[in-house]
Write a protein that binds this ligand. Structure first.
Ligand code: HEC
Length: 210
């Protein structure tokens, strides 16, 4: 019994020393490094002086004629110059219409990305009844309201780019082109909701049991 007490006593002292012992103490000298790993390497820091280069600067000038990688193809170059494509704004207002050609390929891409990044909240029909509603995310709106049907494409672009309210931004996950493709798919969902059976092409009518 007494032995147990001493063991406990010793433990308590060690514990108290460990917890309170060296708190707030600063050391003047760097700690002894047994394994320095790769903590210390010779390198130049940005904008530091250099004794190696004749002009004394570590930063080297850009080679003449160099272009950012983003500008390699005509489409990529358009990203640098076409403001509506990049921002969703036209003459200081949310733009309407698409700055890209909406092809079958773009639609398929839009559907694919929608399924990955929007479906969980906005649902397969765009009615805002995604799985997250069951878990309490009640704020997700339907795309089939008058307001969202009339919303300029540029404003949807901004919603995806910067988020809105509780909706997170998706600019890091969707490239500029992918965002427009998703918007095209959102437009298709909205149109489908308002469509009538007469608009279904002949060869698809049977598929839908019309
Ligand atoms: C995690 C859930 C979630 C995901 C994923 C999500 N949204 Fe939303 N979205 C919301 C919520 C919640 C709102 C309502 C935000 C508010 O008004 O506070 C909203 C609003 C919107 C609006 C209307 C904005 C407005 O001004 O009323 C649009 C358009 C929209 N989302 C498009 C998309 C698109 C396109 C995607 C896929 C890239 C997407 N959302 C992904 C939850 C989500």
């Amino acid at each position: 019994m007494l032995r147990n007490f001493f063991i406990f006593y010793a433990f308590a002292i060690v514990a108290i020393l460990v917890i309170f012992g060296f708190r707030g103490q600063t050391f003047e000298r760097p700690p002894i490094e047994i394994f320095p790993d790769m903590d210390h390497q010779s390198k130049y820091k940005p904008q530091a002086e250099s004794s190696f280069f004749a002009d004394g600067r570590t930063d080297r000038p850009v080679v003449s004629g160099a272009m950012p990688r983003i500008a390699e193809t005509p489409e990529r170059r358009a990203l640098l110059t076409d403001d509506y494509l990049r921002t969703g704004f036209q003459d200081g207002e949310y733009g309407r219409g698409f700055p890209i050609e909406v092809s079958r390929e773009v639609m398929d891409r839009g559907q694919d990305r929608y399924m990955v990044y929007c479906y969980s909240c906005h649902g397969g029909l765009g009615d805002g009844n995604g799985i997250t509603k069951e878990y309490g995310m009640l704020a997700t709106p339907t795309f089939h309201s008058e307001r969202l049907r009339e919303m300029p494409e540029g404003m949807i672009f901004e919603t995806i780019t910067h988020g809105r309210g509780t909706m997170m931004p998706y600019r890091a996950k969707l490239s500029v082109e992918d965002r427009w493709a998703v918007i095209a798919y959102v437009r298709a969902l909205q149109k489908a909701r308002l469509g009538s059976p007469d608009e279904v092409p002949g060869d698809k009518r049977e598929e839908l049991g019309l």
